[in-house]
Design a protein around this ligand. Sequence first.
Ligand code: C2E
Length: 931
Amino acid sequence: CDARGMIWAANAALERLHGAPVEGLRLPALFCARSMPQAAHEAELAPGGERRWRGLLAAGALEVPVEVRAQPLPAAAGIAGATFVFGELPVTGESVESARLEQAMVLEHAPVGIVVTLPHLVKSCNPRMAHMLGYEPDQLVGRDPCEFFLSRPQYEAFMEEAIRVLTAGELFEKAEIQLRRIDGSLIWCRIRAKAVDMTSREAGTIWILEDVTETRQVLREVQAIMTNASIGIFFTRKRVITRANSSFDRMFGYAQDEAIGSLTRIFYPDDQAFADFGAQAYAVLGQGKPFQAENTLVRKDGTPMWARLIGYAINSEDPAQGTIWMIEDRTRQKRDEEALRNALLENQAILDNAVLGIAVVENGRTLRCNRKMEELFGYPGGAIDGASVRALYPDLETWAAARRQTRCDFMSGRVHMAEYQLARRDGTRFWARLSGRPFDMAERSGRSVWLIDDVTDQREAADALRRARDELEVRVEERTAELAGANRRLQAEIVERRQAEARVHHMAYHDALTGLPNRALLSERLDRAMLAARRDGRKLALMFIDLDRFKTINDSLGHLTGDHLLKEVANRLCRVVRAVDTVARLGGDEFVVLVPGVRGLEECALVGEKIIAAMAEPVRFEGRNLHISPSIGICLYPDDGEDVESLMRKADSAMYHAKASGRNNYQFFAENMNVAAARHFELETSLRGALERGEFTLFYQPIVCTRDRRVHGMEVLLRWRRPGHGLVAPDDFIPMLEENGLIVAVGEWVIRTACEQAMAWQRAGLAPVPLAVNLSARQFMHRGLIDAIRRTLDETGLAPSMLEFEITETALMQHGRQTLETLAQISNMGIRLSIDDFGTGYSSLAYLKRFPVHKIKIDRAFVRDLESSSEDRAIVAAIMALAGSLQLTVVAEGVETQAQLALLREHGCALAQGYLFAKPDEAGRAAQMLA
Ligand SMILES: Nc1nc2c(ncn2[C@@H]2O[C@@H]3COP(=O)(O)O[C@H]4[C@@H](O)[C@H](n5cnc6c(=O)[nH]c(N)nc65)O[C@@H]4COP(=O)(O)O[C@H]3[C@H]2O)c(=O)[nH]1
């Protein structure tokens, strides 16, 4: 034994005596209860010196008196301890009796079954034995032990084994055997037996049976736990592995039982770790507490393993008896935990440093959020955690709408993304972009995670951008509109310019009044037409048209009428000719028709007739019928000329010829016409300068009373003293003066000269008679006429009553209101008026009444044949009657014979004029008639 009484080693005799292994037990445990205290005392004292003492050694259920000699271990052994030698003491009679009593007590109360058998017979048993097998103690005695075995063969095999041991004088021991109880149930027993006399079976055998059914069950359960436990379980004694389960082997990579007997040092990387762990663990275990730790251990292959260890001392009083360890390989969990921890750390780092607000929300409350989120909303750290999400919204309505939309998105498996205006803690608002999704899509109404980004700046930037873009668009639109306007104006200007150009071009090539091509365009077309005619071998006709009496109409009825007439003529000409023909106006009343592609004169004649026919219809204007007729001159290309100039000249000559031929007809050019035309041209040329050169002179013809031939007045008649040609009669040059307009100036000269002459005659003391001056229609219509008359009368000093004007009936009839006004002005001045050539113009009585005339002059055509023509006499009579009813004085013109004079007198005509009395004569001779 060591110094504390622990048995290190024992011989077989001791164990036989004791009836069980003793190694590892403490010395007192070998003794029965009564001797234990002394044994413990002696064991403590033993290392001190040699000692002897007596006690009762426990031998199964028996007590064997022994003398114990204790001898301290020699110092050479190196450890403190002692050797104990047990000597069995002989049993005395007194001691036999007391021993018997003691034994009876032991048998009665022994916790184990004790039975003494003879061959095939139970001799005696203690109550425990009978109880174990379900019998009453006396029921068991006398029975064949075979009954307690499961079968006879089992019994016999058992007995054979036992007898072999028992007869050798040894203790028979059977750890487990199954026996049958009286009720048939089975129990497991541990059996030890000793022959009373090893040499004689008949002396009997003492059997000690221990019911280990429960223990065995516990052991089996423990074994099952050991085998099936997923954690490693191992037992140690003195840190030596005594037992281990398969999970342990798997965990450390050992083969089955390979680690048994090894020091647990094999788990540790080094001796220090082994020692440290031992120190910690056994300090705790020694206090009877379980020891828990997590350590890095080493597997058989040297790889580290993170293990959780829980150790228990089997006997907390004496941990050295052994420990049981449960070990769990937590390497993977550790790794997972590490990974998880790292992930959590990473997440935390992300959360802490995220530029977005991040929050976890559940049931409308923020469970957690990061710093950024708190910053965004202006809350101190942790203030949002646990708070209602509602507080982050500016109003209930926005919050409710956001909730509704979120629920809708989550239920549809969508992430909710939207922008809301949220509220900071201080009430200010900002725009945030929210992105939320359920933690677990399977649990959509559960926890959700939200990212919140302050997008106020972005929105403001976007707004600013949008505004800038809108402004830009507006500016672009305005600019575009401006440009479009400018473009429109430009286009309009271009169009205007083009129109102006077109107008200018048109004006350059067209007559402004009628819109017909003018001389220039006619020349071009004529050129082209000649070219075409030359190519096609055909002819073309050029027709010059002059309107007869147009100038008279124009002067007498005014420009408006003249213009209207010209336009109407232009229209009629255009209607009459073909589309390929050209109608042009050269100016005044001169028109030209270019007819290309004519075959001969007949065709031209046809065109000429059509033109004459078209003009026959009177032109209606301002309630008046205007009669017009054309004089047409025609020439042909190439027959009459091969260039523009000569064709124009020749057509012009032909036209004059037509005029000379009585108007309202057409004439083809003939070579001799050139001579007439040349003469006409020459005449007109010399006429133009006649007034300036003083070539005009006045003749005077008296108007006399038919009764007494007394001179009543003088008619003033114009004469042209054309150098080299003598006196030219008015009929030969007055139409030309009217045509070229010189009549106005010449007419004024006539009035002035006549007035001066009258004054001269008066001054000469001659009988004052009124002078009758002819006014042509054109002269009459001239607006300066009244002023010129007034001025002349003023300047010459002639009394208006000494002046008369003669106007032809035709001129009078063509005039409208303006005529009346002019006549009224003349009349109002005190100048008398007479109607010349009366009878030629179909004047009606009613018509004449409108004019302030005083005289009518019967045209000499009616006077000429008065004697022979009853018709003319009737006309003269009618005129006389008419004049009488209107109280007008009548003058008969062209009276050449006495008979005519007589007839006129007969008809009551008071005044007459004619060669019968005097021819027109120059002032000097005419004055003689006044003397
Ligand atoms: N056969 C014939 N003839 C006679 C007789 N008695 C007079 N005559 C002519 O008859 C014309 C009368 O003038 P009128 O009818 O006014 O016709 C005038 C008048 O209309 C116009 N005339 C003459 N002088 C002027 C003038 O100063 N101004 C204007 N506008 N016209 C004028 O010229 C016309 C012709 O004038 P004249 O050649 O001078 O012709 C004159 C005159 O010489 C006669 O017994 N027998």
